[in-house]
Design a binder for this molecule. Structure first.
Ligand code: ZN
Ligand code: ZN
Length: 349
């Protein structure tokens, strides 16, 4: 797929997500808090606390989301000239046994610092690349893992807080919609008796989810205009809750995956490369000891230990210097390379 087609698809995803955030804000603050809890049920204290909490959480979620979509072509893009390897004194990653540094053919041969990856969707080389996220339409880099994880955790938090006052009536209405749908002759004919309902909308869970949507659709004829939406079977509330629940489960799983990689000192891309069979080998050079050796792709080259890995994401301030700061290499890997080199030289002599 061309990067232009990707750009359009990701723009549509961003509009959809921002609309979902905006509509959730309207539904929770206006329909649930003001019209239902405060005005209809006169629960001013609970309604006020709910309103204040969501007026803080949902705009915060929207702000974090928008911040992650920004800088598609500018954030963490290397702006450093290719260093002379003769000047390097600290161990560094290289691409061959001569100790050469990586360059990017797609970026006119520009230097690709260690842990940099050319993102074909964004069309730029990105330093500290973790993965390209189509949901934010941007690359997620190590320096953006903090807001990215905040987004992943905030999504289920917003879902849990939003659902708190409405889960009882919502579950009752879902049971009612299912009962009405299964007993309605039209719904039976077009959906429940059709074999495709088991297959085409997400298998058995999709059969029941769409059956409930049909039930809400049938019940809409019985809606009373003077009663708040929350007191009646409400298709919109069901659809929004189902969507936000799905997003919440997805973001929780992703947060767990990224945290697992983060504490091991690897990126999502490192994990993918480590599992690929035909991936070109990486090399590490120790200039003082004149050692250049291959490092298998599944060896954690930048793992500095549990604590340092976490600190490097959550506690290290953003570098402000214009000078490139080389990432530190795993001391155990360097030790192994030194020992292998020594035993090789003993065997040769
Ligand atoms: Zn590039
Ligand atoms: Zn990207």
């Amino acid at each position: 797929m061309t990067s232009r087609a990707n750009l359009i698809i990701e723009l549509c995803i961003q509009i959809f997500i921002l609309s979902l955030i905006g509509y959730t804000l309207y539904l929770t603050t206006i329909e649930i808090a003001i019209k239902w809890l405060i005005n209809y049920r006169s629960q001013r204290l609970i309604g006020g606390a709910y309103l204040a909490t969501l007026l803080f959480l949902i705009p915060l979620l929207g702000t974090v989301y928008v911040s992650l979509t920004l800088g598609r072509r500018t954030h963490n893009v290397p702006r450093y000239p290719l260093p002379d390897t003769d000047d390097l004194t600290e161990p560094y990653e290289c691409i061959n046994s001569s100790g050469d540094l990586a360059t990017c053919a797609k970026c006119n041969g520009a230097w690709k610092p260690p842990r940099t990856h050319h993102c074909s969707t964004c069309g730029v080389c990105r330093m500290e690349f973790d993965h390209h996220c189509p949901w934010v339409g941007n690359c997620v880099t190590k320096s953006r893992l903090k807001p990215f994880l905040a987004l992943l955790i905030l999504t289920p938090v917003v879902f849990l807080v939003s659902i708190l006052p409405v889960y009882g009536p919502l579950l009752r209405n879902i049971a009612l919609a299912l009962k009405v749908s299964q007993s309605d002759p039209w719904a039976q004919r077009v959906w429940w008796d059709w074999y495709g309902s088991w297959i085409f909308v997400g298998g058995p869970p999709g059969r029941f989810a769409f059956g409930i949507v049909l039930g809400f659709w049938i019940l809409r004829a019985e809606r009373k205009p003077d009663v708040p939406l929350m007191e009646q079977p409400n298709l919109r509330l069901f659809v929004i809750c189902a969507l936000v629940l799905l997003f919440s489960l997805f973001t929780l799983a992703l947060a767990a995956w990224i945290t697992k990689d983060l504490v091991r000192g690897v990126t999502t891309l490192d994990g993918i490369k480590g599992r690929r069979e035909n991936q070109p080998l990486r090399f590490a050079c120790i200039p003082g000891a004149r050692i250049v050796a291959a490092v298998p792709n599944d060896e954690r080259l930048y793992d500095l230990g549990f604590r340092s890995n976490i600190e490097s994401v959550f506690c290290t301030p953003q570098p402000t210097s214009r000078t490139y700061v080389w990432p530190k290499i795993n001391p155990s890997v360097l030790e192994r390379l030194r020992k292998t080199s020594e035993s090789n030289s003993i065997t040769t002599s």
